[in-house]
Design a protein around this ligand. Structure first.
Ligand SMILES: CC(C)(COP(=O)(O)OP(=O)(O)OC[C@H]1O[C@@H](n2cnc3c(N)ncnc32)[C@H](O)[C@@H]1OP(=O)(O)O)[C@@H](O)C(=O)NCCC(=O)NCCS
Length: 200
């Protein structure tokens, strides 16, 4: 059975679920969130709606989506669309939220209310960015590499020759994976670091 394919609208519930279940520095975020949707509203779903041709899912042995890679080839355009179109209805709703189950939930809701900033790396040769997450049953089987290689080819076809991404400093496993995939640290942050890779 084919184990990677382009995401479909029918996969959206799985994108939200996988996003939550890997939301705590790569580990299951379920115990830390009252609202199971806020993480996916920011880190998964908008990418599918903005650039569905850059969203791919990995399927388990029953054909159920259990991992994904998602992102954009043009962070500047994506950021403008997210700020102007995607976030406002969500901000109306989340601005009422005052009770959080954890610091992790409070910080995601704060990010959602503020929106993404205009980062520097998109203007310094890394216009694309991505998010990749696999549930534990699909990890360590080469699917992370396959999703990455699929994304690299798709993003290159759209004219982007560099990718950046952010990693939580507690997620040391992901650091090792990105380095193996050819990413280098571009910038240290208080919360982790920004990695980058050029594709040509
Ligand atoms: C991080 C993650 C995407 C990696 O995907 P994966 O399917 O487990 O990784 P793969 O099995 O495809 O490994 C690909 C390569 O990276 C290497 N690798 C993986 N993790 C590594 C590590 N911690 N250190 C060094 N190398 C590593 C593998 O040995 C493999 O090398 P090879 O292809 O040259 O033989 C996946 O484990 C995951 O989704 N984890 C939970 C969510 C998460 O942390 N997402 C990232 C958030 S920033």
């Amino acid at each position: 059975m084919q184990n990677i394919r382009q995401a479909l609208p029918q996969d959206i519930p799985y994108l939200y679920s996988i996003c939550l279940r890997t939301a705590f520095a790569g580990l299951d975020g379920t115990p830390y969130f009252n609202d199971p949707w806020c993480v996916g509203h920011y880190y998964a779903a908008p990418y599918f709606f903005w650039e569905p041709d850059l969203c791919f899912v990995a399927l388990d042995e029953t054909g159920k989506p259990s991992g994904y890679i998602t992102g954009t080839s043009n962070t500047a355009s994506f950021t403008s669309w997210v700020q102007e179109t995607w976030l406002p209805p969500l901000q109306e709703h989340y601005k009422q939220d005052k009770e959080f189950k954890s610091d992790a939930e409070e910080s995601v809701v704060k990010i959602l209310l503020k929106g993404p900033g205009q980062g520097i790396w998109q203007n310094l040769g890394y216009p694309a960015h991505l998010h990749i997450n696999l549930l534990p049953n699909l990890q360590g089987k080469g699917l992370g590499r396959s999703l990455m290689e699929t994304f690299f080819a798709a993003v290159l076809e759209k004219g982007a020759t560099g990718i950046h991404l952010g990693v939580d400093g507690r997620n040391t496993r992901a650091y090792g994976f990105y380095e193996r995939m050819g990413f280098k640290i571009l910038e240290q942050q208080s919360w982790g670091c920004i990695f980058g890779k050029t594709l040509v």
